[in-house]
Design a protein around this ligand. Sequence first.
Ligand SMILES: [Ca+2]
Ligand SMILES: [Ca+2]
Ligand SMILES: [Ca+2]
Length: 245
Amino acid sequence: MKKVKADFSNRAIVSLLMLSLLVTVIGTVVTVSQLSEPNSFGISGAATTGTGSTSITIQAQAGIVMNDANATFGTGYVNPGNTTATIYTHGGHNFQNNTNITGAWTNVANLGSDPNMTIENTGNVDINLTAAANHFDAEEFFCGSELGCTSTATARLSISAGTAEAGSCDTGILLNFRDLLNQTNTSSPTAPHNLTGVLLCGDFDYGNSGDLLSVSYRASVPFDAAIGGHSTIITFTAESIGQQD
Ligand SMILES: [Ca+2]
Ligand SMILES: [Ca+2]
Ligand SMILES: [Ca+2]
């Protein structure tokens, strides 16, 4: 009897151990099975869109190029008996304000052969374009020194502008000649006669189909101008007014 009890006890222990082992195995299998299940971590609910940005800053570039940097009056002289001859780089030396002054100038060569300079706005903004000459006054230009034309006070160098492509200048085109260099004013000889900042165009466009200006010159040549060649450097200054129409 005692032995039966003991056997039962032993069997019960074995059964309990077996059960315990079985539970352990099943538990392990279930655990592995769950880990192997696809999408078992609920990835399908995560966000799938996002935003970002890229940037660039365009800098204003006020730029001009002299497509044609020269203009010439050619060669000639003021005829005897005349104080001054008014001539133009494009020719027409017989006229001053549409009045015939035939006889004041004898042309020898090249008048009208190179009438204009051309200036292109190569930047990305509209500009205000001005010009200045690098002489003190027109007497220095024609007679070699400041106040240098001792017999006259009529020397001048003047400038005008036009559009070489239609629509190149929206406001302030200098169609009528304006002095770059004046004659000396003998009552105020130290006053500046180099007229800096002569406005050629107040709104010079940058668009490729309309961004070209032409510039021409008028000279009042005194009869006492020095023999020989005379030239002055014209400085054009471009100032951005931003991107306009
Ligand atoms: Ca030219
Ligand atoms: Ca404009
Ligand atoms: Ca152009």
